[in-house]
Design a protein around this ligand. Structure first.
Ligand code: DGL
Length: 269
């Protein structure tokens, strides 16, 4: 099947998932939407995030994708079920894959979760983890300052290290053996997060397990790409295309073309 996989996020975070899908499924064409004009989603009310997610899905449906990947934990937590009920193609989120990856890794049955305010408030990871392992202990912490740093490309700056150290101070010394990066932006900061948490804590990103879920669904539905011609991916963003392109090219290690999308003023809240 030659239709694309559509991936969306509030900004560059979903590229961490896109990169893993590209690696595990190199024949699949990706269309990616980063809503950089309205990032961050984390502090916004759930209704607003739901509204934005529907808008982006409508935008992407013009390209007739075969699957939608909501590569944003905040949007997965509040909007995935509505989107699934509305669109006639498979919709994959990032929370259940992240929870599965943590369950596979933890030996102590104590898992930490960091994410945006919206994701942590929704308790979606606690529900997903306990659905699989009811007695698991979960320690959570919202880190609202991380996403703006990533959107500015500040992955290793001194300011970033300080913000990460301050934000994670409560979790240091907690008895967890793995920490879910419950926001797709956070793998951009994994060196800094890893050095703050120490080697005894494994960092879990949902990217790998999400790509595996995408691959499994496409295989079982007979929807895998069959063309031997390497796909040309498409990228859209609603904010500054230059910053998006700079971050995306360095993360993906390839040259890309970014098409700016201008929301009507009434769409920008
Ligand atoms: N990358 C998104 C997430 O996984 C959104 C972050 C934000 O915009 O606050 O939650």
């Amino acid at each position: 099947m030659q239709q694309a996989i559509a991936i969306l996020d509030s900004g560059v975070g979903g590229l961490t998932v896109a990169k893993e899908i590209m690696r595990q499924l190199p024949q699949e064409k990706i269309i990616y939407f980063g809503d950089t004009a309205r990032t961050p989603y984390g502090p916004r009310p759930a209704e607003e995030v739901i509204h934005f997610t529907h808008q982006i899905v409508d935008y992407l449906l013009q390209y007739h994708p075969k699957m939608i990947v909501i590569a944003c934990n905040t949007a997965t937590a509040v909007a995935m079920e509505e989107i699934r009920a509305r669109v006639p193609i498979p919709v994959v989120g990032v929370i259940h894959p992240g929870a599965r990856a943590a369950i596979k890794t933890t030996r102590k049955q104590i898992v930490g979760v960091i994410g945006t305010e919206g994701t942590i408030k929704s308790r979606a990871y606690e529900f997903a983890l306990r659905q699989i392992s009811p007695t698991i202990q979960v320690v959570t912490k919202a880190c609202p300052l991380f996403v703006p740093l990533v959107e500015r490309g500040m992955f290793r700056a001194d300011q970033t290290s300080q913000v990460v150290a301050d934000s994670l101070a409560d979790l240091q010394g907690a008895p967890m053996d793995c920490l879910i990066l419950g926001c797709t932006h956070y793998p951009f900061l994994s060196d800094v997060i890893g050095s703050v948490m120490g080697p005894q804590v494994s960092l879990i990103s949902s990217a790998d397990e999400t790509a595996r879920e995408v691959s499994t669904i496409l295989y079982h539905k007979g929807m895998l790409a069959t063309s031997p011609v390497m796909p040309v991916h498409q990228f859209f963003c609603s904010g500054d295309p230059l910053m998006f392109k700079k971050i995306a090219q360095s993360w993906l290690n390839e040259q890309i073309r970014v098409t700016p999308v201008v929301w009507q003023v009434s769409h920008i809240i």
